[in-house]
Ligand binder design. Structure first.
Ligand code: FAD
Length: 470
């Protein structure tokens, strides 16, 4: 008998309900325990997963294998190709063992199909496939209105979420105990390959990542509300990549926040309270994804916006991707993404708005491009962010609210320090001119590819067309 802990985006030892439950079950049943990870680069490619995220996953798995040896827990890390091959791997395992499989539930389409196929197989061999809703602190479906409906608007969702948290408290699972079991004889599988090293600047040890989170809560969170919108400042936690693959959990973040911030942990206007809100946004988008499966198929939340006649000009799209739009803040943002695999939240909003409302390109092109570059790529947050910016989503920016990229730049990068970091062509510009350097012709830097005032009017027309027919 084997309890198999199949890790996917919950690559941690602490606060891991899946691992703890498998161990507890094994203690009673006498089953052996094995931790499993299967890399699936062919399916990752279908999901446009960024190379840097793939590298982070691979590095984290290797590290986790080492961390697990301290608990005497064996971990099998294998190269699986596609989700179809995953089923074949399980088929081989089922020949050799009577399996109980423990997993964290995943909500995207192919993931659900993969899990159903494996569940079916395991059940055919008299085993159990046990899912844990541990991606969020509150399970999708648990936060409902008094009428029992799903919240479509963030603020009341947050209010109910917080009330439930206050009632129940935050619980984190501790460190699993060391086990002793005979060495397992395992079938031969293709071992995990090394990544390309592109994520080398990112910490992968669990203790190191926890320390980053703790330090942020201790030293920075109090100023978060004042600093978080300024990309030139190091004012946000930069924990998104770790939350996305589960090196740390949201519950650990909230527990630490309560410890460090005291009473202020959930106050609306405190740094801690504003940071907490961001963690709740993360949950909101996951809950919405589960409640509205059409989102998984990249359909807009607001149905009528499916009829918008985007212009989808490939040349303009390429200029945006490469950070050559002639709008300095947009170009700096896109170059940060291309060079580092991460982009500041304010810039994600500005760059997304520019693609949709200045270039009139389908938000799904941008959603895909972000996914192909982001180290923290997460379907629910990315889709939610894009649909927010495109005014097609739930609780999205109203369609007539159109960011002016130059005003945004003046407001959130007042001295141009961030622009200078990523657009060296403008390094000599000072004062206001860096936000709009086109008063005199420039040879080194592109001319603006669109006129914002004209584009703005066209956006209003595009939306008016679909809104009036509904
Ligand atoms: P902090 O400001 O420190 O926030 C703490 C954590 O809260 C983040 O690590 C993240 O897990 C969560 N969070 C913060 N803001 C949001 C939000 N708006 N929606 C959901 N969760 C949030 N976030 C991703 O994790 N993956 C994505 O693929 C992603 N794509 C985005 C695309 C667009 C167009 C937009 C506008 C936002 C996107 N976000 C995404 C949300 C947000 O920009 C990032 O989570 C944030 O910038 C990460 O930096 P941080 O860890 O320093 O965040």
């Amino acid at each position: 008998k084997l309890n198999l802990v199949w890790l996917r985006n919950d690559l941690r030892l602490l606060d891991n309900a899946v691992l703890c439950s498998a161990l507890k079950h094994a203690e009673k049943s006498g089953a052996a325990v094995l931790v499993l990870y299967i890399a699936t680069p062919e399916t990752w490619a279908l999901h446009d997963m960024a190379a840097i995220k793939q590298d982070l996953l691979r590095r984290r798995v290797v590290q986790l294998q080492q961390e697990l040896t301290e608990l005497a827990l064996p971990m099998l890390a294998i190269e699986g190709g596609s989700y179809q091959q995953v089923t074949e791997i399980f088929s081989t395992l089922c020949q050799q063992f009577e399996l109980n499989v423990f997993v964290q539930a995943e909500y995207e389409l192919r993931e659900q199909q993969r899990d159903s196929a494996v569940e079916h197989l395991v059940q055919q061999h008299n085993g159990q496939f046990i899912r844990f809703d541990t991606q969020c602190i509150m399970s999708p479906g648990d936060i409902k209105t008094q009428q029992g409906d799903i919240y479509k608007v963030f603020t009341p969702f947050k209010r109910t979420w917080l009330a439930k948290l206050r009632e129940e408290g935050v619980h984190c699972y501790g460190r699993p105990k060391k086990i002793s079991q005979p060495k397992l004889e395992l079938p031969d599988f293709l071992p995990l390959k090394d990544g390309d090293g592109s994520s080398a600047d990112w910490e992968v040890a669990e203790s190191g990542v926890l320390e980053l989170m703790r330090r942020f809560c201790r030293e920075k969170v109090a100023d978060y509300h004042q600093q978080r919108d300024f990309p030139a400042q190091d004012g946000t936690s930069r924990l998104s990549a770790y939350l996305a693959i589960g090196v740390i959990s949201a519950a650990q973040c909230v527990a630490r926040l309560q410890l460090e911030a005291g009473e202020a942990w959930s106050e609306d206007k405190s740094g801690a309270g504003v940071w907490l809100s961001e963690l709740i946004w993360r949950e909101f988008y996951k809950h919405i994804l589960v409640a509205y499966p059409q989102l998984i198929k990249h359909q807009p939340f607001q149905h009528e916006t499916a009829g918008i006649r985007w212009h989808n000009n490939k040349q303009l799209f390429d200029a945006w991707c490469n950070g050559n739009t002639g709008y300095p803040i947009v170009d700096a943002a896109m170059r940060q993404l291309n060079q580092t695999g991460w982009m500041h939240n304010r810039l994600r909003m500005i760059a997304a708005s520019f693609l949709v409302k200045d270039l009139h390109i389908d938000w799904r092109w941008g959603e895909r491009y972000f996914m192909s570059k982001l180290i923290d790529g997460d379907f629910a947050a990315n889709n939610g962010g894009w649909q927010w910016a495109a005014s097609t989503g739930t609780d999205a920016a109203p369609y007539f609210r159109i960011f002016n990229p130059v005003t945004q730049s003046e407001r959130f990068d007042p001295k141009g320090d961030f622009i200078r970091l990523y657009v060296p062509e403008l390094s000599k510009f000072t004062g206001k001119t860096i936000h709009w350097p086109h008063a005199q012709p420039l040879s080194a830097y592109p001319k603006p590819i669109v006129d914002h005032a004209v584009a703005r009017k066209q956006t209003l027309e595009l939306f008016a067309e679909v809104k009036k027919t509904h």
